[in-house]
Design a protein around this ligand. Structure first.
Ligand code: ATP
Ligand code: MG
Length: 332
């Protein structure tokens, strides 16, 4: 069963210069119980996608077109405020840098209790019980509910934000860079905890991260964004094992831990595209080692590949096997 269906979503930000086309015709579907990854470098539009879904775009951001269906309901017919109300019950959101935005002058337990009171008509005693239970679920000592954010480490503060997001037992958990800024061991623990909870609650997960290694370990399907466009999408097995898009190949080489061989990471040279105005060429053309003249003429439409659940937006997708070989072994 489909839980979330995003179709041709386009989001722009108004600025003093030209509008920024941050998310440009993005489509993806998350089925019930699926862990879905949204990957891409900084500025590719990942957080904008999440904020557009949740009706949380900043004032200068607008959904220009596209549809967002959640659990069969069309959310684009609702105002941003109505959408927030509908979604709060069903979707847990752990925003980027959530652990740094806890209220410093309120105890962590009170912050979670407040979130519960806002959406549920429960007594103080019931809310307190639930807070203790949530502390236990995320692996925090329930005797520390009266502690303030500064009394916890970064990893523990992130656990508090996860507890807050889970208070209402969501169908979908959206976690935006939940492990960025934490050390590697703590990162693993947080990811394990999110997965454990997600399985226990039988919810779906939308995991947003620039680290595709994390997605390889935790997700079933993914979309790879670049310059507001989906470059490649499908099952993790198809996309990350046999990438057909030079951007995915580059991104994969910059995170060697998911490769079998012990290679040094190689960052993709160049810088992200200018998002002012509609793309008149493939958004990755400037940085793509395989670009031809055709790539300068238009951004490619996504192509459905013959194997199941795999799409790629690349003018040279038919030559992907040769490109992959060259990307894996630049010496030849
Ligand atoms: P990161 O990995 O750094 O979190 P991201 O993939 O989440 O990046 P977004 O935050 O969605 O990227 O930003 C997408 C693009 O939109 C970027 O070019 C960014 O500079 C631009 N942008 C984001 N918010 C605004 C805003 N309020 N006004 C103008 N431009 C914005
Ligand atoms: Mg972001």
């Amino acid at each position: 069963m489909t839980l979330l269906e995003v179709d041709n979503l386009k989001v722009t930000y108004q600025t003093d210069d030209d509008p920024v086309h941050a998310v440009n015709d993005v489509s993806f579907t998350i089925d019930e119980g699926v862990n879905y990854g949204l990957a891409g470098e900084s500025g590719s539009g990942k957080s904008t996608v999440a904020e557009a879904l949740l009706g949380l775009l900043p004032g200068n951001g607008t959904v220009e077109r596209g549809t967002i269906e959640f659990d069969g309901k069309d959310l684009t017919s609702l105002s941003a405020a109505e959408r927030r109300d509908v979604l709060w019950e069903d979707i847990a959101y752990i925003p980027q840098s959530a652990m740094d935005s806890l209220d410093p002058v309120m105890s962590t337990g009170d912050q979670i209790a407040q979130a519960i009171h806002t959406h549920r008509n429960v007594t103080d005693t019931k809310a307190c019980e639930r807070v203790r239970e949530l502390f236990e679920i995320v692996g925090l000592d329930p005797n520390r509910v009266d502690d303030y954010p500064h009394e916890f480490s970064g990893g523990m503060r992130q656990r508090v934000t996860i507890a807050m997001a889970l208070a209402l037992e969501p169908d979908l958990i959206i976690a935006d860079e939940p492990t960025t800024g934490l050390d590697v061991i703590v990162q693993d623990k947080i990811i394990d905890k999110i997965l454990e909870i997600q399985e226990r609650m039988d919810s779906s997960l939308l995991l947003i991260t620039h680290e595709i290694g994390v997605i390889a370990e935790t997700c079933d399907e993914l979309s790879i964004l670049y310059g507001g466009k989906v470059m490649e999408q499908g099952s993790v097995d198809n996309v990350l094992v046999n990438p057909t898009n030079p951007y995915t190949m580059g991104l994969k080489n910059s995170f060697p831990e998911i490769d079998e061989e012990d290679e040094d990471p190689v960052a993709i040279p160049g810088s992200p595209p200018n998002l002012n105005g509609e793309p008149t060429s493939c958004v990755f053309q400037d940085r793509c080692p395989f670009a031809t003249d055709e790539c300068g003429e238009s951004h490619p439409d996504p192509v459905e590949l013959p194997n199941r659940n795999h799409r790629s937006a690349c003018h040279r997708v038919k030559e992907s096997a040769q490109m992959r070989q060259a990307a894996d072994d630049p010496e030849t």
